[in-house]
Design a protein around this ligand. Sequence first.
Ligand SMILES: Nc1nc2c(c(=O)[nH]1)N[C@H]1C(S)=C(S)[C@@H](COP(=O)(O)OP(=O)(O)OC[C@H]3O[C@@H](n4cnc5c(=O)[nH]c(N)nc54)[C@H](O)[C@@H]3O)O[C@H]1N2
Ligand SMILES: Nc1nc2c(c(=O)[nH]1)N[C@H]1C(S)=C(S)[C@@H](COP(=O)(O)OP(=O)(O)OC[C@H]3O[C@@H](n4cnc5c(=O)[nH]c(N)nc54)[C@H](O)[C@@H]3O)O[C@H]1N2
Ligand code: SF4
Ligand SMILES: [Mo]
Length: 743
Amino acid sequence: MSEWQKTSCVLCFNNCGLEVITEGSKIVKVRGEKENPRSQGYLCRKGANIPYFQNNPERLRFPLKRVGDRFERISWDQALDEIADKLKETSQAHGPRSLAYMGGGGQGCHFEAAFGLRFLNGLGSRNHYSPLAQELTGFFWVSGKAYGRQNMHLFPDTKDSDFLVFWGANPMVSHDIPNAPVVLRNKKKEPGFLLAVVDPRVSETAKLADIHLRLRPGTDALLFKAMIKILLTEGLVAKDYVAAHVNGFEAIRNWFDDVDVEENCRICGLETNAVREFTRLFATRKTALRSDLGILMGRHSTLSSYLELILIALTGRIGAKGGNVFLGHLMPMGSDTPEDDPRTWKTVATNIPLIMGVFPPNVMPEEINNDNPDRIRALIVSGSNPLRSYADTKAYEKAFKKLDLLITIEVAMSETAVLSHYVLPARTGYEKWDGTFFQWGYPDYYFDMRRPVVQPDGEQLEEAHIYVKLAERLGMIPEYPSKLRELAKDRLSFGLALMQYIRANPKVEPWLPYILAKTLGEELGSPNLSALWGLLARFPMMHPEDVARAGYKVTPLTGEEIFREILKKPGGVKIGSIDPENNLALLKTPDKNIHIHFPEMETWVREVTPAAEKIQLENRDYPMILIAGNHMEMVANTIMRDPAWNEGKRPCTLRIHSKDAVELKINDRDLVVVETEAGSAQIEAEVTDSSYPGQVIIPHGFGLVHGGEPHGVNVNELAPAKHRDRFAGTPLHRYIPCRVRKA
Ligand SMILES: Nc1nc2c(c(=O)[nH]1)N[C@H]1C(S)=C(S)[C@@H](COP(=O)(O)OP(=O)(O)OC[C@H]3O[C@@H](n4cnc5c(=O)[nH]c(N)nc54)[C@H](O)[C@@H]3O)O[C@H]1N2
Ligand SMILES: Nc1nc2c(c(=O)[nH]1)N[C@H]1C(S)=C(S)[C@@H](COP(=O)(O)OP(=O)(O)OC[C@H]3O[C@@H](n4cnc5c(=O)[nH]c(N)nc54)[C@H](O)[C@@H]3O)O[C@H]1N2
Ligand code: SF4
Ligand SMILES: [Mo]
């Protein structure tokens, strides 16, 4: 098509609006979409390089079956018949615990999760392993206890904040706030605004910051404790706010009695006065805090998230204008699965509870490779590449070889696909109707459903289609009135008939996406699109005030109205608006307060003392610290497989501080060996003073095989699987003890 078509970027959670010119199955030109209500024309170098993703010559086109050590092309019917039979056999022989699903839509295509998850649950299993549990589940667990639901999260209200703090987050590169470079540069022009960064590295964001607390890697929990102690001793607690909205302050107060602020700061490598000044600013300004992988994948992951909660609760920043607020969205990212609910599954070998409905990929190899009769034997992977993305590649390789059935649904021949029994080709985000549930906003929120802008050049399907066909073969979809298919031509009558049917048969409700796919989905040509219609049909009734604030008159037909708007306006439409004056009304705790006393965390809070940490931070065998997988400019998780998009750059190096380089007699561009408990790798050194002395960095997302050759180092070969959060099982990739020498 020689005309610009609107779509969006599938490379990170921001899903910036794009305009593209296409030719056949290819994207040939890209620009930012200026009218996009969320991204307003912004795009980063990753988005600008999206043709390298779409036009990848190594796309999967047909279903493949492994025969011996090679793959054979087979028909969809054969693939689905055989897979359905094998799933049934496994389930009958070993029970539903033996089945698992991994993935759920990656960065840009979340509609598959509705189908994949229902398919898994329909088979009787709750074994959903998700990349969200690679980073966020400790944080979700804290949110669940604090706010009443694990799927309620805070986000900075950047617009009204005058003190933005990025803690272990590098938005200038990773965009963990939307349009970050534009937003932050504009904020810097506001009189009185201050930007602060807490990061051992002189990150791209730290370079722009007014305050940079360059703490020693792995000492965040000590710093949080010091700050909380300063709040308590300097009278900086927001007393009225705490009295009105916080439950549990008195119970935790004495946990901080013996914190020695000076000593904590010393171990963190920070000046006490700088920390005191930072804490005063934090407590007295319109502060918003955004933390990310530096905390989530840091040494005390869940503990740090908990201490962060205490800090922002005691300073009154939760639900406050310019603080950390609850957002609006069409769908939350997951469910609520409190660990004390007897229905909440735990992993069999590692005893980790579902958090927000998901298990951590870090324990998957152990959950396969054991002798328990309930171990995992059959796995469907979709939209994720565990063989490059998840810790301990060797352990994964070994475990996957033990599976009776491994099915990978992919757009490309990933390293995981190579190990699979069946590889099923999926459409990319540019070949199907799809969207993401990361489209949250405050106060206004939007939804965009990406439409197909190119034709697939093979037999690729929407993932949802694959699950529907499998579910049909397994007889899982409940019977529904056949007239629904006919009525789908007229969505009003269809809606009424569907409602009647569901009212009379409430048990079929979980299967609604499948029934929609078989009826309205066939009419619309896309199961995903029919699932969107289903979501929107209920949404206005669930959030009538938000929808009214967005300018709609709320009636039973508003869902249909929004659906039509979305079809009409590629790029997205406003679907709701949160009440910014009453953000805390969204709390779901029984007393509508923020809860900060978690008795089970007391030991861990008290354990982190300067003396204990000093010992733990020293490691004679592995004296240096590896950041395993920084999300830098030349990385797009494992989605961009063609290395040509980074030509002329030095994409995958070991960044090392000049002091360490001198000591180890390493020059820039020398080949060095990095060793950890999990493995070793050879990599080119890049000498830079941006890393913290003693800390080395390998980017995330390399070691992908393209043209038969791996490009760069797969950092997950160096990440030990057991190096994970004691509670949530998330990997501690920002702190892996290592040693480095010249090759
Ligand atoms: N360019 C690019 N952008 C991306 C992605 C990508 O692949 N490439 N992926 C997207 C995804 S999925 C995610 S989750 C986000 C992640 O986004 P970020 O969390 O911003 O990612 P990182 O830069 O890897 O880590 C953040 C910072 O943590 C710091 N850090 C390391 N150790 C410590 C520590 O001990 N304490 C503290 N306080 N900080 C520490 C690092 O120096 C780094 O600057 O990025 C998203 N955006
Ligand atoms: N060591 C280390 N490991 C890390 C990290 C780290 O910092 N350090 N970061 C972690 C983080 S934050 C994240 S979010 C994870 C992400 O890791 P993963 O869950 O593996 O997700 P992605 O790398 O985004 O994409 C995985 C696959 O999805 C495929 N794909 C793309 N589009 C589609 C589609 O439309 N349909 C289907 N079916 N497949 C598609 C791509 O080809 C790719 O192979 O990686 C994590 N891994
Ligand atoms: S910020 Fe994220 S969504 Fe936006 S263009 Fe870059 S990679 Fe794509
Ligand atoms: Mo991520």
